[in-house]
Design a protein around this ligand. Structure first.
Ligand code: CA
Length: 232
């Protein structure tokens, strides 16, 4: 089975590194963020099979981040980590969309058992197309990194792939150049550079140019949106 990718958002360095090490040793690939906002950026620009969120985080707390993740993705399992253990905290976590809740301090083994259970559940639920993002006749396979439109394979560079993935995860949503810059390039948008427009055009040439309907639309003065033409 392909390596499972976990996003870990935890600001306590010692815990973060211990968990990352333990999970890596158990065959998981771990991306680590020490801050809620960075966690959000990583979530928006990569595919993850599971997300572990600490509650008290700088930038944005775990509940807020959990809600944002859920607004984009209903499936990905989310485990919350917290030092607090009142029932209210648990309820808040579950309300935000978390699947499981672990109270610090905990045994690494306990977390591992929960992670395995959650991943097993999603593997069983998902049809083989679970890692495919679609709009109209275009599909992106996040496992094989293949993009097809009308069953025709479209080779993309790594950056074009990331940009298209970001568009697909935000289908029908107008994305400003600043949103794209921070999520795909991890930079602050600078009006002096036209890198976003250049890449959007590369992508258009590949996924739209030789096909009947356009998927990427310019929203004058606002940015870009990926949508089916008839959804206007
Ligand atoms: Ca914390």
């Amino acid at each position: 089975m392909e390596e499972r990718k976990i996003l870990l958002v935890e600001d306590e360095n010692k815990i973060a590194l211990t968990l990352k090490k333990g999970l890596s040793e158990n065959g998981y690939y771990v991306e680590l963020a020490y801050d809620g906002l960075i966690g959000k950026k990583l979530f928006l620009s990569h595919h993850f099979d599971l997300i572990i969120l600490d509650v008290n985080l700088p930038g944005m707390n775990g509940y807020e981040l959990c809600k944002i993740v859920r607004s984009y993705n209903q499936q990905v399992p989310i485990v919350m980590l917290t030092a607090m253990s009142t029932t209210d905290d648990k309820i808040e976590g579950f309300d935000a969309g978390a699947d499981d809740y672990i109270i610090k301090p905990f045994e690494f083994k306990e977390l591992l058992v929960r992670i395995r259970a959650l991943l097993k559940r999603t593997t069983n639920q998902l049809v083989p197309s679970g890692n495919i993002l679609r709009v109209a006749d275009l599909e992106m396979n996040l496992d094989s990194k293949e993009v097809k439109r009308s069953d025709k394979k479209i080779p993309l560079t790594a950056k074009e792939f990331q940009l298209l993935e970001y568009f697909l995860r935000n289908k029908n949503r107008v994305l400003s150049r600043a949103d794209i810059a921070s999520s795909v390039w991890d930079i602050d948008f600078d009006t002096q550079t036209n890198v976003i427009d250049v890449y959007v055009n590369y992508l258009r040439n590949k996924i739209d140019k030789s096909f009947g309907s356009k998927l990427i639309h310019t929203q004058v003065g606002m940015g870009y949106v990926l949508k089916e033409e008839n959804e206007r």
